[in-house]
Design a protein around this ligand. Sequence first.
Ligand code: NAG
Ligand code: NAG
Ligand code: NAG
Length: 376
Amino acid sequence: MSMMSRYAALVLLLFAAARGAAAITDGAAAGLLPNGNFEKGPSRSQLNGTQVIGRYAIPEWEITGFVEYIESGHKQGDMLLPVPEGVHAVRLGNEASIKQKLKVTKGMYYSITFCAARTCAQEERLNVSVTPDSGVLPMQTMYSSSGWDCYAWAFQALFPQVELVIHNPGVEEDPACGPLIDSVAIKTLYPPRLTNKNLLKNADFEEGPYILPNTTWGVLVPPNIEDDHSPLPSWMVESLKAVNYIDSAHFKVPQGKRAVELVGGKESALAQVVRTVVGRVYTLSFSVGDAGNACAGTMMVEAFAARSTVKVPYDSKGTGGFKRAVLRFTAEAERTRVVFLSTYYNTRTDGSLCGPVVDDVTLLSVRKPSRRLRLL
Ligand SMILES: *[C@@H]1O[C@H](CO)[C@@H](O)[C@H](O)[C@H]1NC(C)=O
Ligand SMILES: *[C@@H]1O[C@H](CO)[C@@H](O)[C@H](O)[C@H]1NC(C)=O
Ligand SMILES: *[C@@H]1O[C@H](CO)[C@@H](O)[C@H](O)[C@H]1NC(C)=O
C-alpha cells in the first residue's frame, strides 16, 4: 500500500468511527435502517463498473469482499430485476458481507426484515448475525413471482450497540453469482403476554416482523431450527420451509392487521407449546381462509394437538374470505404442542407458491359442569 492510500484508508476509518451507529429508540423502532434501501450509493470514484471499491463507500454501511452496487434495470442473465425499494440494491459475491452498527436497548428483542433475490445458483444462502446470534437463511425456494422475497430474522440485544452482518457464505465458481439485497429494516418485538381470554400467546399474530410498505408479497418467517428467537413471537416455524407473514394493507386478513399464510405445504409447520392439565379437555378454534392474492383452488389446513387432528378444507376463489374451525382434544401432558400445516402446495397461475391463511386462534379449556350442578 502506498503512503497516500494508507493515509486515505486512515481518514476513511476515522470518518467511519465518527459517524457512529444508527439509534433504534423504542417508540420509533420500526422502519428501514439508515440507508437501508441503498439509495445513497458510492461516488463514481468508488466504483469499478458495478464493483464497490472501499470499505465505507456505501453510506451507513461497511462492506467486505466483492460487493456490487446495482441499479434497477440491471440484467441478471436474461432476467431484468426490478428493485423492491427505490432503484438501487447491492449484490454480495462469494464471502462478501455488509454490516451496520445499531444502537439498541440491551435485553430487548428485535426483528430484522430484508429482501433478497437469488441470482444463479440453487444453493444460495445468507448468514444474518448479531453477535452472538446468527441464522443461515436458505434461499433455494422462491416464493414471490417478482424474484424478490423478504425474510425476517430476530435477535435479542445483549449490548447497547450491536453490529448487524449479512454475509454470503457461498463459494460459487461464477463471481457474478450471489444474492441481491435491498430494504433492510428493523422492528422492536414486544414479547406477548398471556391473557385470561386465551391459553395461546400472540394468537392473532399481531406481533411480528416489520412488513415493508412498498412490497406486496409479505415477509417469510424461516424455520427456526435451533432455539433461536422467533420473529413471530411465541410461535415456532418447524420443519424445512418458511411461512409467509402478511398484513391487511396488502392482503385479505381474517382478523386484525396481520395473519400467516402457510406457503410451505407439509414441509412447514407453525407451532406453539402451551401448558395444559393432563386429562382436561380443550378447544382450539381458528380461522382458515385465503389472502385474496389470486391463490385459488382447494386448500386444506391440518391442526394437531395431543392425539387429535382436524382437517379443514377451504375452497379458495383467491379473492379473500375465511371460515372458523374447531379442534377438540384431551391433554395428555403438562405441555401440549399445537400445530398448523397446509396439506397441499398451492400455487398461483404464474407458478408462484401460496397457501391458506391461518388467523385468530383461540385455545380454551372446556369447563366441566360442577358436581353439584350435575347432581341437580
Ligand atoms: C476494475 O475491474 C477490472 C476488471 O474486473 C480489473 O481488471 C481492474 O483491476 C479493476 N480496477 C481497480 C482499480 O480495482
Ligand atoms: C454465520 O455468521 C456468524 C457470525 O459471523 C458465525 O459465527 C457463524 O459461524 C456463521 N455460520 C455459518 C454457517 O457460516
Ligand atoms: C415507499 O415508497 C415511497 C415512494 O417511492 C417512498 O417515498 C417511501 O419512502 C417508501 N417507504 C418505505 C418505508 O420504504
